[in-house]
Design a binder for this molecule. Structure first.
Ligand code: CO
Length: 134
C-alpha cells in the first residue's frame, strides 16, 4: 500500500527565519510562502532531490499547529506524508485494521491540491502520518 515519501513537515515559529536558514546555511531550494487559510498554515516547500520538506507556520486563530508550537517552542517535526495509489482503498484497509483516521473519514484536499487523510499518531509510534493520493 505505502508508496514514496512525499514530504516531511516541520512546524516552525518563524517561517521567514526558517526559510532563510534552509536557503542560506543549507543552500536549499525554498519556495515563496503560500498561505493556506483552509488548513490554518502558511507553508514553504523545500525541494530536495528525493523528497520535499514543508515548513509550516500557524495562520489565523484556530491553526492546527498552534498547540504543537505551544509545546515545542523552537518548532519540531510535525508529520510525514506517504503516497498511496488509492486513498480510499488505503483508508478502508486501515479502518478494517482498527487504525484511526483523524477528522472524519472523508479525504480533504491537501497543500498540493490532492486528497489527503491523517492517521492518529498514537497508532503510529507517536508520528502523525499523512497519506496523499498519488
Ligand atoms: Co503534509
Amino acid at each position: 500500500m505505502i508508496g514514496r515519501l512525499n514530504h516531511v513537515a516541520i512546524a516552525v515559529p518563524d517561517l521567514a527565519a526558517a526559510s532563510a536558514l534552509y536557503r542560506g546555511a543549507l543552500g536549499a531550494d525554498v519556495s515563496e510562502p503560500q498561505e493556506l487559510p483552509e488548513h490554518g498554515v502558511t507553508v514553504v516547500f523545500i525541494t530536495l532531490p528525493n523528497t520535499k520538506i514543508e515548513l509550516l507556520e500557524p495562520l489565523g486563530e484556530a491553526s492546527p499547529i498552534a498547540a504543537f508550537l505551544a509545546k515545542n517552542s523552537a518548532g519540531g517535526m510535525h508529520h510525514i506524508c506517504y503516497e498511496v495509489d488509492d486513498l480510499i482503498v488505503a483508508r478502508d484497509q486501515l479502518l478494517a485494521s482498527g487504525l484511526r483516521v483523524l477528522g472524519g473519514d472523508a479525504p480533504k484536499i491537501g497543500a498540493h491540491g490532492k486528497p489527503v487523510l491523517f492517521l492518529h499518531p498514537k497508532d503510529f509510534n507517536g508520528v502523525l502520518v499523512e497519506l496523499e493520493q498519488k
